[in-house]
Design a protein around this ligand. Sequence first.
Ligand code: GRF
Length: 193
Amino acid sequence: MKTKNLALFASGTGSNALSIIQHFEGNPKVNVAFILCNKTTAPIVERAKSLHQRVILCTNAEVEQPHFLVNLCKENEIDLIILAGFLRKIPTNLILAYPEKIINIHPSLLPKFGGAGMYGAHVHQAVKDANEKETGISIHYVSEEFDTGRIIAQFSVLLNSQDTIVTIQKKVQKLEQIHFARIIEQEIVENGK
Ligand code: GRF
């Protein structure tokens, strides 16, 4: 199998991006080519650099330019793009250039609590307000509509009445750390992505 080049897009803390980097470290079949970040002050920038990863900083205007991301990914021979907490809408032409090759993780059991404005604590707040008995994560391909692409895998966790936004987030993050990189590897190895 040819080595697969991954691009990780992240905007924040980067706990998912870091766990993906660590998961594939030393694996000759998978190379994290770069981390793209649209926020200079995001913690992921320094965290990735400390792991000697290449970080590419971009502006929101560049993300919206029709050819910027496609050119960047094509020039770097990217096979698979991973959205690990990237808080910008992915332009249509990148989705068309990488059909079922862009994977996102969403911190709820889609289709519940997905769509525009549903990110970070907003998701967990909505889950709590709805008195949900469980929540979880959805790992899915990216399509043109927010959070509606084909679901690859979902994992759930039980909630109770004592749960707060903070404890819900912790439960969800635990699932992310256990499953995200593993599912990406499964898509590459078993499904030839
Ligand atoms: C995660 O909760 C993920 O599900 C969502 O954005 C968050 C990113 O967190 N898409 P981190 O930056 O990886 O810590």
